[in-house]
Write a protein that binds this ligand. Structure first.
Ligand SMILES: O=c1ccn([C@@H]2O[C@H](COP(=O)(O)O)[C@@H](O)[C@H]2O)c(=O)[nH]1
Length: 305
């Protein structure tokens, strides 16, 4: 199978799961048996130890959720924060997740002029073992900044469309002279550009990010776009729930994955999993991932297997 988007579809079907587990190692939320809290008092001096702790944390999480999720999404900000050891940790995490059969969506929101975008694409998407399968991008520079991420049909790009954050509407909801909002214009642009990269699934390797925290907009965008696959972040910690993401899927329950990062990574901190204790954070993460998978399948009227 050639296309990234078809690989993602197949993994979703294989696991009957529409979740995406974020790998967002917020250091201040880590269990103490993994990361000594004193490390945070002088992180600059302790980056190596912190990165080693994050790698162990991630590997245990991956082991706990590998059969439940088609894809993981490392958020680059948390690895960049740890400088060189952090980047090593990121690549080791990616290699580990790949060994476990997971697809990797790197959340870096990269982009630039065409020649620089090409360098980003080569840095993060080129290669088999030590490379992501897809990356989040900012579409604001237009097509020459996007096309380098789509050159290899085995790789995909997820462009920011209508984001989940509270100030998303400040720019994205502005009205253009033709009556469309900025995000509606971006949506049309992505569908048009992505039509050259359609897989057998009917979806394009050029996908989009649409937040769970704006269900009305999510519904309208799904109605507008029939060949653009969605990453839907904002589930759990940001307040989005199963009812909010339903309209992001097509009538067959296809066309999207829903991300949760803190809600799964740090589930051990929730009252419902408190009995497990911080040392069993991976078990808590597994329980939270199972619950999310089930809630999404239920709201889409899909069987739970
Ligand atoms: O619109 C967007 C785009 C990206 N994100 C990223 O997704 C995760 C969400 O983390 P939670 O802990 O589940 O809130 C995080 O990496 C964001 O940078 C997003 O939330 N919204």
């Amino acid at each position: 199978m050639k296309y990234f988007i078809d690989q993602l579809h197949n993994k979703i079907e294989e696991k009957n799961s529409r979740i995406c587990v974020g790998l967002d190692p917020h250091l201040n939320l880590m269990p103490e048996n993994i990361l000594r809290p004193e490390i945070l008092d002088n992180l600059e001096a302790n980056r190596k130890e912190a990165a080693a702790a994050v790698l162990k944390f991630n590997q245990n999480l991956i082991d706990a959720v590998a059969d439940l999720t088609p894809v993981v999404k490392p958020q680059m900000a948390f690895y960049e924060k740890l400088a060189v050891p952090g980047m090593e940790c990121l690549w080791q995490t990616i290699a580990y997740a790949k060994e476990k059969g997971l697809l990797i969506l790197l959340d870096g929101k990269r982009n630039d002029i065409g020649s620089t975008a090409k360098a980003y694409a080569e840095s993060y998407l080129e290669g088999e073992k030590i490379a992501a399968d897809a990356i989040t991008i900012n579409p604001y520079l237009g097509s020459d900044g996007i096309l380098p991420f789509l050159e290899n049909e085995k790789k995909g790009a997820f462009a920011l469309l209508r984001t989940s954050n509270s100030s998303a509407g400040e720019l994205q909801d502005l009205k253009l002279a033709d009556g469309r909002t900025v995000y509606q214009a971006v949506a049309d642009f992505l569908q048009e550009l992505g039509s050259q990269y359609l897989g057998e699934s009917g979806y394009s390797n050029l996908a989009a990010v649409v937040g769970a925290t704006y269900p009305k907009e999510l519904k309208a965008i799904r109605a507008q776009l029939d060949s653009v696959f969605f990453l839907i972040p904002g589930f759990g910690a940001q307040g989005g729930g199963a009812a909010d993401i339903k309209a992001g899927f097509d009538k067959n329950g296809r066309g999207a994955v829903v991300n949760s990062s803190r809600g799964i990574n740090f589930a051990y901190r929730k009252a419902e999993y408190a009995d497990l204790g911080p040392e069993n954070y991976a078990q808590a993460a597994r329980a939270a991932a199972q619950k999310m998978k089930k809630e999404i399948n239920n709201v889409l009227n899909l069987p739970n297997t």
